[in-house]
Design a binder for this molecule. Structure first.
Ligand SMILES: NC(=O)c1ccc[n+]([C@@H]2O[C@H](COP(=O)([O-])OP(=O)(O)OC[C@H]3O[C@@H](n4cnc5c(N)ncnc54)[C@H](OP(=O)(O)O)[C@@H]3O)[C@@H](O)[C@H]2O)c1
Length: 323
């Protein structure tokens, strides 16, 4: 990992654009930027000119497409938000950082560690700021709860364990992510895993070792060992049968047993907070706690799980019962 960036304050970024034209790009990124009082929303870039125009028309904003369009747009804005498949995001965010443009990333920041490292290095090299939008960590009910949990741990001792279930149901009719290729290829590990890890790593800190086994379709069960000795487990999928999706988490330790609360805010409200955090990081030069390096460390955990799943001796067969 690169060392900490020397703080390089810049003027507060005002002109923003979205890279991506899909459902999330329009309904969360675009909506949050268009409604933000301190942002000039330039519009959307997409690889397809018609889809970029259609997205832009919803907000009476501009549209850019193709290679030349991207170069032109990066010369016009202070910051971009990325709503693209994570492998595509990682490469385009490097281009943005190299052009001196701040980056508001979505989760996960990449789908392999080498790409996440390249991105972290580009952010450092470009002297730009970065924030990863981890939805739960931009919701007050969740951040208040995490603060309460930290206070309890300080009083009674560290948390010892937790179970985290994060499940989507993209095969439910009408789900906007049913056609998302990267989700089909990489599964819940990479899609819902970053959400689970955002809470796990906030409560339990660094992950030092992993083991994992497969379930139906993309489902994986993961066991994590933490530096301070705690052990947590994750159950991840994005193809839970209709009506069985949803997320919950329980943690325990000397401070009691506690359930993660629900949040009530909308994704655009959370995203607007992420925009504020990126603007503050750029204005002060102080890296945000949820910057690209934090995102890179989550990718390291997910990549380790994937490596464990690929091991030929990854699981220990159970001897059949003799009757
Ligand atoms: N925090 C959350 O709860 C949450 C929720 C949803 C999504 N997200 C995140 O948002 C990001 C995007 O997710 P998504 O669901 O919108 O993904 P997606 O549906 O798989 O893809 C988004 C768009 O990327 C474009 N695209 C695909 N390959 C491309 C390429 N090679 N070059 C340029 N554009 C390309 C596609 O545009 P065209 O095919 O139209 O050209 C597509 O509309 C991901 O990081 C995801 O994790 C987060």
């Amino acid at each position: 990992m690169p060392s900490d960036a020397t703080p390089r304050p810049t003027s507060t970024p005002t002109r923003f654009a979205v890279l991506g034209t899909g459902h999330w790009a329009r309904t969360t990124h675009g909506r949050a930027l268009a409604g933000h009082p301190d942002v000039e929303f330039a519009g959307f870039w997409g690889r397809d000119a018609d889809r970029a125009r259609a997205a832009a028309a919803e907000f009476r904003a501009g549209s850019w497409s193709g290679e030349e369009g991207l170069t032109d747009l990066l010369g016009r804005v202070d910051a971009v938000t990325l709503a693209l498949p994570p492998d595509v995001q990682a490469d385009l965010a490097v281009r943005a950082a190299d052009a001196g443009v701040h980056v508001l990333l979505d989760k996960p920041v990449a789908t392999d560690l080498a790409a996440a490292d390249r991105l972290a290095e580009a952010v450092q090299r470009g002297g730009v700021s970065s924030v990863e939008f981890l939805t739960y960590l931009f919701m007050p009910e969740i951040t208040d709860w995490l603060a309460q949990m930290a206070a309890l741990a300080a009083e009674h001792g560290p948390w010892e364990g937790g179970v985290f279930r994060w499940a989507g149901s993209i095969d439910t009719p009408g789900n906007p992510y049913a056609g998302s290729r990267w989700r089909r290829e990489r599964g819940g590990l990479w899609d819902t895993g970053p959400h689970a890890l955002s809470i796990v790593r906030s409560l339990f800190g660094e992950v030092v070792a992993v083991a994992a086994a497969r379930g139906p379709r993309d489902a994986v069960g993961v066991a994590l060992e933490h530096r301070d000795g705690a052990g947590t487990t994750l159950s991840l999928t994005l193809t839970a049968p209709e009506g069985t999706g949803g997320s919950f988490a329980t943690v325990w330790g000397p401070g009691g047993r506690h359930d993660l609360p629900r949040f009530t805010g909308t994704p655009p409200e959370g995203f607007a907070r992420a925009v504020d955090r990126l603007r503050a990081a750029a204005a002060t030069g102080v890296p945000d706690a949820l910057d690209v390096r934090n995102g890179r460390d989550a990718v390291a955990v997910l990549a380790a799980v994937e490596a464990h799943l690929r091991r030929p001796d990854g699981t220990t067969p159970v001897r059949p019962v003799q009757r």
